[in-house]
Design a protein around this ligand. Structure first.
Ligand SMILES: [Zn+2]
Length: 163
């Protein structure tokens, strides 16, 4: 391929990825605003955001209140199908085993995540669950706009310690 064209396409691709991750970061801010750990997620289908959610574990007292899990639940409702095979998920923090499991079960195409989570992340931190030979393989791409996500998390925990 023509090198200039290749560079332009990569640039466009990155622009698109950053746009969707920025939308997920906006969701994360909503979580911070209600004193939840700031994690946000969006589900993208045919280049459009079809579901947005933020962490609501404390306010709703549900263990599955993680941003990406809630966004996936909204997406399946919208698509009227549990199969999210043409969907991509953008989440500001590396998924935990529960959310990664839900992504495999719902056949999500790809997950983009922001900052790593050394305590419960299973895309690269504790293990790479997505690389195991399940019947469905979810593609992953990490550390997308990680600084922004990290900044928000650090600010949140700083505030928490002051309380
Ligand atoms: Zn999770």
């Amino acid at each position: 391929m023509n090198q200039d064209l290749d560079t332009t396409m990569k640039y466009q691709e990155n622009l698109k990825k950053n746009k969707f991750m920025s939308a997920a970061l906006k969701e994360a801010q909503k979580a911070a605003d209600i004193d939840e750990v700031p994690v946000g997620a969006v589900v993208v289908y045919q280049d459009k955001i079809i579901a947005r959610a933020h962490n609501e574990r404390e306010s709703k007292q549900i263990f599955h209140g993680h941003a990406e899990f809630l966004a996936m639940m909204k997406a399946q409702k919208k698509l009227k199908s549990w199969r999210l095979e043409d969907c991509e998920i953008y989440v500001t923090m590396e998924p935990c085993p529960m959310c990664a499991g839900a992504m495999i079960q719902s056949r999500v195409k790809k997950v983009y995540y922001g900052v790593s989570d050394p305590k419960s992340g299973v895309a690269s931190s504790i293990c790479d669950l997505f690389s195991l030979p399940f019947n469905h393989k979810v593609e992953t791409e990490g550390l997308l706009m990680q600084e922004e996500s990290e900044k928000m998390l650090k600010a949140f925990f700083r505030k928490l310690r002051k309380k």
